[in-house]
Design a protein around this ligand. Structure first.
Ligand code: UDP
Ligand code: MG
Length: 319
């Protein structure tokens, strides 16, 4: 066993990639040898149902720089990355897909870029080798995410990334949030770079995602935007919506009261009455939800001892 602390940890999620494992290892070791620094490769078997586990275990027997993490079931790509981050020992963590669509030969370039002083370097698959039906939604998603989060990137979907261990270990990823790593990391105040990387068609195995991913990305965007902008002050968002609704409802009802009392018009059958009542009630509810969310946010931070800030150079922030 190689006890030297690795400089780079490469984290690769694998779900039913039995036919890619050997080539992956060969290409990774060839690329990493060029770094001339100690490294480790963390192969995370995400509950594969084929012979992926068997193959990666055989690799680990042969190559002491390969470590295998085995998830008990298929938890998803985000969880696989997360497990890799938790167990990585390197100063730098590189993520890549296990289907060899990303080119391991790009890794030294990414690591070099990180060495220029960035905290996170993201790959940009400028010549993406996927069908148009996959590229189009992804193009729209990249624009939307960039505009909504203010973290402008050409390619949120690229798994090939390099980051400092401090950033990787500070990320808290849920659901399918691995696509939002740059946006989530931006909360910590990271310096970010984007580099063009090679992309290849999948030659073995099948893609694990369908077109329904588009909708899930959109929903995740709401979550990320909300947490980034209002995570520690939810009452501002709900309060703003609540006050607007309450104010409009109040104005409508005041108007209706006025014409009922001073102009003697009947208002009982007017649709506006219903709208006014609805807006007023919704407003009250939204303001209450904001206050509850505020309590939840405080409970989260205070009970876990999680600060609402991150100090620079303090090592990994508390998880
Ligand atoms: N993957 C995983 N768990 C899953 C789905 C995917 O570990 O539940 C891995 C998969 O084996 C691959 C990477 O995540 O290494 C990217 O998946 P895929 O190539 O299917 O995505 P695409 O390139 O089609 O976006
Ligand atoms: Mg792929």
């Amino acid at each position: 066993m190689n006890e030297e602390r690795p400089y780079v940890s490469v984290v690769v999620p694998l779900y039913n990639e039995e036919d890619n494992v050997e080539d992956l290892h060969r290409e990774l070791t060839a690329a990493l040898a060029r770094l001339e620094r100690p490294y480790e490769i963390l192969l995370v078997d995400d509950g594969s149902k084929d012979r992926t586990l068997e193959r990666v275990s055989a690799l680990a027997q042969r190559d002491p720089r390969v470590r295998v993490l085995r998830l008990r079931r298929n938890f998803g790509q985000t969880a696989a990355f997360s497990a890799g981050f938790d167990h990585a020992r390197g100063e730098i963590i590189v993520t890549t897909d296990g289907d060899l669509q990303n080119d391991p030969a790009d890794i030294p370039m990414l690591v070099g870029k990180l060495g220029e002083g960035y905290d996170l370097v993201c790959g940009w698959r400028r010549k993406r080798q996927d069908t148009f039906s996959r590229r189009l939604p992804s193009m729209i998603a990249n624009r939307l995410i960039s505009a909504a989060t203010g973290v402008r990137l050409h390619d949120y979907g690229c798994s090939l990334k390099a980051m400092t261990a401090e950033v990787a270990k500070g990320l808290r990823l849920y659901g399918e949030m691995h696509r939002f790593i740059p946006a989530v990391a931006s909360w910590m105040g990271v310096s970010l770079a984007e580099v063009v990387v090679n992309h290849r068609p999948r030659t073995r195995g099948t893609s694990k995602y369908g077109i329904d991913r588009t909708l899930r990305v959109l929903l995740d965007l709401f979550t990320v935007k909300f947490l980034l902008a209002y995570g520690t002050r939810p009452a501002h968002l709900f309060g703003f919506m609540g006050l607007s609704s309450f104010g409009t409802g109040f104005a409508i009802l005041a108007y209706l009261s006025f014409i009922r009392l001073f102009m003697d018009q009947a208002i009982g059958g007017r649709p506006l009455l219903l709208l006014g009542v609805l807006l007023l009630l919704t407003g009250v509810i939204l303001i209450c939800v904001g206050l509850l969310a505020e309590l939840l946010a405080r409970t989260y931070h205070e009970s876990q001892g999680k600060p609402i800030y991150v100090l620079k150079g303090s090592g990994a922030p508390p998880r």
